[in-house]
Design a protein around this ligand. Sequence first.
Ligand code: MN
Length: 204
Amino acid sequence: MSPKIYTLPALPYGYNDLSPQISEEQLKLHHTKHHQAYVTGVNNILAKLEKARTDGTDLDMKATLKEFSFHLGGNDLHNLFWFNLAPVGKGGGAEPSGKLVEALNAEFGNYTRFKKEFSQAASSVEGSGWAVLTYLKESGRLAIMQIEKHNINFPVGTPILMVLDVWEHAYYLDYKNDRAKFVEAFWSIVNWAAVVQRFEAIQP
Ligand code: MN
């Protein structure tokens, strides 16, 4: 059996469907160029490792593995991101429901406070990165975290419920340098049903 390679998934909506929060041009570029580059990046590294094993040559292991982690993280995070978005009126921007609401209230006090903290986390990621809503299995608590680049500052094995990409490549065509405005627009296109589904899937 030959090993699988990584592929770019189709989006669950059209390129124009998240407009005006994310324009067609911005979304298409982000998906077909930026996400694709991480898919290609992972495949290239896997091929490079395979070739070195076949040839019996040595690699710069430190540099190769750093690149591996970066591209794999980029691919995985975009796969989460696309599916926790939905067009306005088709799930986008509704509010969370069910047990997730109880968990959000228990941790943050109320939904408004959660939104504020998550927005602040997203706006203040240093350089390129992500804001993340996670579930801490051992304590059963929700937590907001930041990821720098695609792979830095994040604890291994922590389940991710929702992500927001705050790399400039995610918003620059639409918002220029106004990241806060993009973060505000994000709330109108959150697919809460998908986030709830991820939350329920990992409940004991
Ligand atoms: Mn991105």
